[in-house]
Design a protein around this ligand. Structure first.
Ligand SMILES: CC(C)(COP(=O)(O)OP(=O)(O)OC[C@H]1O[C@@H](n2cnc3c(N)ncnc32)[C@H](O)[C@@H]1OP(=O)(O)O)[C@@H](O)C(=O)NCCC(=O)NCCS
Length: 278
C-alpha cells in the first residue's frame, strides 16, 4: 500500500517471518533488499504497478541422486569438462571432436549403469536442470543393496560392448596400457568385500563449493556402516580432498604416454580408507 507518499510492503517468507518494508517516494523505482534468508526486489513501473520478487539467498539444495539412462549426455559432459587437464582422453582419441567424444562417453556410461554393483550418482543444479557432478561407487554384491537399472533394450545392447562405438582413430595401445595400469593396482590391493570409489567429478565452474563432499559423505557413510575399506585412484586434484576424508596413500603409479606415441606422464595416487567408527 502507498502511505504518505511512500510505500509499505508486508512480505511473509516461507519460514513465516514477516518483513515490513517502508520506502520513501524517491526510492520507488527499483529497490533490492536483503532480508534474513531472502533477497527482495521491489520494482515500481512508471504506471505505478508494483511487482515484488523474492529469491532465496542460499542456493537450493543440491541433492545426490541415482543417474538414469537419460542422463548419459550430462554425465559425459561432466566427465569430459572436469578431466580436461588430463592428457589421456585426447591422446587415446587424437582426432575426435568434442561432440563425438561426448556421444561415446554417453554410450560408455550405459556400461556402468547396467552393472548392478556400480552405483552411478549425479547432482543436478535445480535452477538449470544441468548435471553438475557425477560419481560412481562399486559396492560388492556381498554387502547387498545392488542397483536395479531400468534400461531400454538399445542401452543394454550398447552396455555390452561400448568400445565398438569409440571414435576412430583410437590409440588402442595407450588405452590398453591405461586400463592395465589401474587394474594391476586394483588386483593387488582390493579384496572382495572392499568398496571402490570409481569416479568423482564436478564441473569446473561448480568446484570449491562443497559439492564433492556431498558425494563423499554418501559413500563414506555407507562404507563406515558396512565396516569396509574404500579404495580409489586419485588425480592430483583429488588427492587433498580424499586425504581430508580419511584416505591414505598406498602407492603412486605413472603412465608414460611417450611409450605409446603421445606426450607426457600421468600420475595416479592409489589410496585406501579404513572404516571409521561413528
Ligand atoms: C576433485 C574434485 C572432485 C573436488 O570437487 P569440489 O566440489 O571442488 O570439492 P569440495 O568443494 O566438495 O571440497 C571437498 C573437501 O575437500 C577440501 N579441499 C578441497 N581442496 C582442498 C585442498 N587443496 N586441500 C585441502 N582440502 C581441500 C574442501 O575444503 C572440502 O572439505 P569440507 O567438506 O570439509 O568443506 C574436483 O576438483 C574435480 O572434479 N576435479 C577434476 C576431476 C578430478 O580430478 N576428480 C578426482 C578424480 S580422482
Amino acid at each position: 500500500m502507498y502511505k504518505r507518499g511512500g510505500l509499505r510492503v508486508e512480505f511473509r517468507t516461507p519460514n513465516e517471518s514477516i518483513c515490513f518494508l517502508s520506502m520513501a517516494k524517491e526510492t520507488l523505482q527499483q529497490l533490492k533488499i536483503n532480508h534474513q534468508d531472502h533477497h527482495l526486489s521491489v520494482i515500481i513501473s512508471s504506471s505505478g504497478i508494483i511487482s515484488i520478487w523474492a529469491f532465496s539467498r542460499t542456493p537450493m539444495e543440491f541433492q545426490v541422486e541415482y543417474a538414469t539412462e537419460a542422463d548419459g549426455p550430462g554425465l559425459a559432459k561432466v566427465n569430459i569438462d572436469s578431466f580436461r587437464n588430463q592428457r589421456i582422453l585426447p591422446s587415446v582419441f587424437p582426432e575426435a571432436s568434442r561432440q563425438s567424444l561426448g556421444e561415446y562417453k554417453a554410450m560408455y556410461s550405459m556400461k556402468h549403469l547396467a552393472n548392478p554393483e556400480m552405483h552411478v550418482l549425479k547432482m543436478t543444479d535445480p535452477s538449470t536442470g544441468e548435471i553438475i557432478g557425477y560419481s560412481r561407487w562399486f559396492i560388492p554384491k556381498s554387502l547387498g543393496g545392488e542397483t536395479i537399472p531400468q534400461m531400454s533394450e538399445k542401452a543394454q545392447e550398447i552396455a555390452r560392448d561400448p568400445v565398438v562405438f569409440a571414435p576412430r582413430p583410437m590409440n588402442e595401445a595407450l588405452y590398453g596400457a591405461f586400463r592395465q595400469l589401474l587394474e594391476t593396482s586394483r588386483k593387488r590391493f582390493v579384496k572382495d568385500e572392499d568398496m571402490v570409489l570409481d569416479l568423482l567429478a564436478i564441473l569446473p565452474e561448480y568446484q570449491g563449493r562443497g559439492l564433492a563432499s556431498k558425494f563423499l559423505q554418501w559413500g563414506c557413510s555407507r562404507a563406515d556402516q558396512f565396516g569396509v575399506r574404500l579404495y580409489l585412484e586419485a588425480t592430483g586434484a583429488g588427492y587433498p580432498v580424499y586425504f581430508k576424508y580419511g584416505w591414505r596413500l598406498l602407492e603412486e603409479v605413472n603412465l608414460d604416454l611417450s611409450q605409446y606415441g603421445a606426450e607426457g606422464i600421468e600420475t595416479f595416487t592409489i589410496m585406501m580408507r579404513e572404516p571409521q567408527a561413528k
